[in-house]
Design a protein around this ligand. Structure first.
Ligand code: GNR
Ligand code: NI
Length: 172
């Protein structure tokens, strides 16, 4: 097991479009285990492969109260989504220290493979539905800040760039 480095906005690698996972093999299972460990350590409810600089369609989530129900989602396909939309205050491990309101489908149904290659169907509502949409956006290179006003997005960008520069200086 290993902790992986999480990319921080506005890193351009967060805008790469992930390719389907071609083979669910030992490399993918190791990546899944490392992503789950990284998600728990960072206290997130989800993590997309894009955030750890792997550009394949894979994500992990855990919206359970006890943080003991990890969900592995490989090659997700949306099979249905509600017309009803909901607004939630979202955060992102790649945008530390900020949050903002995003409109999402209230319910979404997906099909996907798990880490042993079995196909599953999931009918998600509430935080799980929000999280799936947030993670699937990462896989197409989209960070939630793109839904915010240019003013708020600009403030976030400026602050995170400043913090990254200060971190570089501190390490010199
Ligand atoms: O930990 C996370 N919390 C969260 C809260 C509201 C909406 C979405 C999320 S996902 C986020 C983890 C993350 O950045 N996943 O990509
Ligand atoms: Ni995120």
């Amino acid at each position: 097991m290993a902790l992986l480095n999480i990319l921080t906005y506005p890193d351009p690698r967060l805008n790469k479009v992930a390719k389907p996972v071609a083979n669910i093999d030992a490399r993918i299972r190791t990546l899944v285990a490392d992503m789950i460990e990284t998600m728990y350590e960072a206290k997130g409810v989800g993590l997309a492969a894009t955030q750890v600089d792997v550009h394949e369609r894979l994500l992990v989530m855990d919206v359970s109260e006890e943080h003991d129900e990890p969900l592995v989602v490989i090659n997700p396909r949306v099979v249905w989504q509600s017309e009803e939309m909901v607004v939630n205050d979202e955060g992102c491990l790649s945008v530390p220290g900020f949050s903002g309101d995003v409109e999402r489908h209230a319910e979404i149904h997906i099909e996907f493979e798990n880490e042993i290659g079995d196909t599953h169907k999931l009918e998600a509502t509430e935080l799980l539905a929000v999280c799936i949409q947030h993670e699937m956006d990462h896989l197409i290179g989209k960070v939630y800040v793109e839904y915010l006003s240019p003013l708020k997005r600009g403030r976030i960008k400026t602050k995170l760039i400043k913090e990254a520069k200060e971190a570089l200086k501190d390490n010199a």
